[in-house]
Design a binder for this molecule. Structure first.
Ligand code: TRP
Length: 334
């Protein structure tokens, strides 16, 4: 029996990278027998940087809507928002006291996000990985699907689990395994193939948002940066051509084919022909999902019902584990 946990931050502008790199994989894992999937909207993580309260509410529903529209079944899997289950914050505090400053000082994501203004970053941003460990271990999750960029946080989660077990002389928390989805699902900006597709890129043309309609998808794909050469016949030919690699990678991921296979069909052709095929494919695959997301976002009562039911089921798993943690640590539960 495996228990899968993962999360997406409700910070707005969900895009193709979030879908191909994360949410699509969540849907696949749910189909596996003997697995229990818990998919969280990590609103506590979101506020490590400033979030407008009304936007945070809307973005939380947006992620939930994306989960549902992508095909996560709220009966089979658990969909909920992090702040609705108190075990996350409670266990994070315990882990703040288990993890060492030296460990957090090594986290590359904090360095990137805090940038030059480290003194001005929130304490929450610094402690972010401890909260992530709490998310995972509050459920004793065995597997966590994440992108390459979260690998270091998963290693820290194992270090925290190990130190907790050691310090208290227990065999309590599992060593969670990451499920890293390959580089093929790393979606880059449509304006610059060397940068990740990002919600915060000022140009909307750099990304395909999950709520983009057919016209927007077509416009963005047609405008996507390319180079002057025809597509290569082999994967080696993509070397040094980040924009070509990205568009071919997106085509492969959306069609469920491998990159070599896609180049077998389009190698030697001009980008214009390939882009036309990519527009058709992207509209076919993403159009219905975007429409369903919009429909769900207009039905906040339904989305809130799903989240409420999910939080109840999540708490039913996490609360007994948190109670045991309290006993292990020596907190009275009078
Ligand atoms: N840090 C993850 C990200 O930005 C989101 C996240 C929070 C997460 N808690 C998690 C992912 C627990 C997996 C498991 O992508």
């Amino acid at each position: 029996m495996s228990r899968i946990f993962s999360g997406v931050q409700p910070t707005g502008n969900l895009h193709l990278g979030n879908y191909l790199g994360a949410i699509r994989n969540f849907v696949e894992l749910q189909a596996e027998e003997n697995s229990e999937c818990i998919y969280c909207v990590v609103d506590l993580h979101a506020i490590t940087v400033w979030q407008d309260p009304a936007a945070l509410r809307a973005n939380t529903r947006e992620v939930a809507a994306a989960y549902l529209a992508a095909g996560i079944d709220p009966k089979r899997s658990i969909i909920f928002n992090q702040s609705a289950v108190s075990a996350h914050a409670e266990l994070a505090w315990v882990f703040n006291c288990v993890a060492r400053l030296g460990w957090l000082n090594r986290m590359t994501q904090f360095k990137e996000k805090a940038g030059k203004h480290r003194e001005n970053a929130s304490v929450g941003l610094y402690a972010y990985p401890n909260l992530m460990a709490a998310d995972i271990l509050a459920y004793k999750a065995t597997h966590v699907p994440v992108g390459e960029d979260q690998k270091q946080h998963l290693e820290l989660t194992r270090d925290i689990a190990q130190k907790f077990n050691n310090d208290f002389g227990v065999d309590f928390f599992p060593m969670t395994e990451p499920l890293i989805f390959g580089a093929a699902t790393r979606v880059m900006s449509l304006r610059d193939g060397s940068k990740k597709m990002s919600k915060s890129d000022p140009s909307d043309y750099s990304r395909i948002n999950l709520t983009d309609g057919p016209d927007e998808i077509a416009r963005k794909v047609r405008k996507a940066k390319t180079d002057p050469h025809p597509l290569p016949e082999t994967t080696e030919g993509l070397e040094g051509r980040p924009e070509a690699r990205n568009l071919v990678g997106i085509f492969a991921a959306l069609s469920g084919r491998d990159v070599a296979d896609v180049l077998g069909e389009f190698g030697g052709q001009q980008f214009s022909a390939f882009k036309a095929a990519l527009v058709d494919l992207a509209v076919e695959k993403l159009g219905p999902m975007g429409a369903e997301m919009k429909r769900l976002m207009a039905d906040s009562a339904y989305v809130d019902d799903v989240l409420r039911d999910g939080a109840k089921r999540a708490a039913a798993i996490a609360t007994p584990i948190m109670d045991e943690v309290k006993d292990i640590v020596g907190f009275l539960r009078p």
